[in-house]
Design a protein around this ligand. Structure first.
Ligand SMILES: C[S@@+](CC[C@H](N)C(=O)[O-])C[C@H]1O[C@@H](n2cnc3c(N)ncnc32)[C@H](O)[C@@H]1O
Ligand SMILES: Nc1nc2[nH]cc(C(=O)O)c2c(=O)[nH]1
Ligand code: SF4
Ligand SMILES: [Mg+2]
Length: 247
């Protein structure tokens, strides 16, 4: 079984949209949003995937708590059928933290390959969890978004050095750093130096869930990103649809 986020109670968050961020920006894709996370970013735009109680404390104990309206368990075959019915042959798996459900994701992708053999699969991840060995060969692209200090997570949880080194050596991985102030870029620079990130695989993305904030931040980010030789990404879906579930 997979545990998914919901758009409304009882409806799993599986939808077609344009990939709004990073190297595949603008590509028609099916999105699957899973429930639960092992981090707790202050500014998380999908906190409904992990903050279930309203008391602002994340649950990090797997499925051993009351399932509220914000999540739903579904069989892998059912999720595969819903994905295939939506059309686009690119799949983006996100959350929450999808790699927490690695074995079930491997079963999902096996089922999907029967229905839709030539598809492309990318995973949005916070980069703290190693991909399950059965899942890894089925993935074409990892969009790895390590969390900087302004996320509010302790660095030892959010930036495990061995994992970052593994992602840096993984040719299918792109980094996507969320930045709110110029100071955040100094942290990216230090991580890039320590792990010898390939510049062409480093994306900087403004923090924000409103178009005006994104535009303002993109303007001061552009020259700084240019000077580093990294890449800049917007959040297209926010401009198109706002901060709405299922878009
Ligand atoms: C909700 S996360 C889910 C996947 C995974 N947990 C992660 O953090 O990469 C999807 C993407 O949205 C980004 N994100 C979340 N909240 C954001 C915000 N307020 N502004 C900009 N990006 C945000 C994350 O950094 C990540 O790249
Ligand atoms: N359109 C669209 N593109 C996205 N790219 C990454 C997303 C995510 O939440 O992981 C996302 C999302 O939620 N919507
Ligand atoms: S790691 Fe991703 S899903 Fe988890 S709290 Fe941070 S942005 Fe949200
Ligand atoms: Mg999103």
């Amino acid at each position: 079984m997979l545990t998914l986020a919901t758009t409304v109670p009882g409806e799993p968050e599986i939808f077609a949209s344009l990939q709004g961020e990073g190297p595949s920006l603008g590509r028609p894709s099916v999105f699957v949003r899973l429930s639960r996370c092992n981090l707790a970013c202050h500014w998380c735009d999908t906190a409904y995937t992990w903050r279930f109680t309203g008391d602002n404390r994340p649950h990090r104990d797997g499925l051993a708590f009351d399932r509220g309206d914000n999540q739903l368990a579904l069989a892998e075959a059912e999720v595969a059928a819903r994905i295939a019915a939506l059309g686009p042959d690119r799949l983006v798996i996100t959350g929450g933290e999808p790699l927490l459900q690695g074995a079930a994701l491997a079963r999902l992708l096996d089922a999907l390959a029967v229905l839709r053999p030539a598809g492309h699969v990318e995973i949005e991840t916070n980069g703290t969890v190693a991909p399950h060995p059965a899942l890894d060969p089925l993935v074409h692209q990892y969009n790895v978004s390590p969390k900087l200090a302004h996320s509010g997570n302790p660095a030892e949880l959010a930036l495990p050095a061995e994992r970052l080194a593994a992602w840096a050596a993984e040719p299918r991985a792109f980094f996507k750093f969320v930045v709110a102030t110029p100071d955040d870029l100094a942290e990216v620079r230090e991580l890039a130096r320590r792990h010898a990130f390939v510049s062409d695989r480093v994306f900087i993305m403004p923090e924000g869930t409103r178009p005006a904030i994104l535009t303002e931040r993109l303007r001061w980010l552009a020259p700084l990103v240019l000077a580093e030789g990294w890449r800049l990404t917007d959040r297209l879906h926010i401009h198109l649809y706002g901060d709405t579930r299922g878009t």
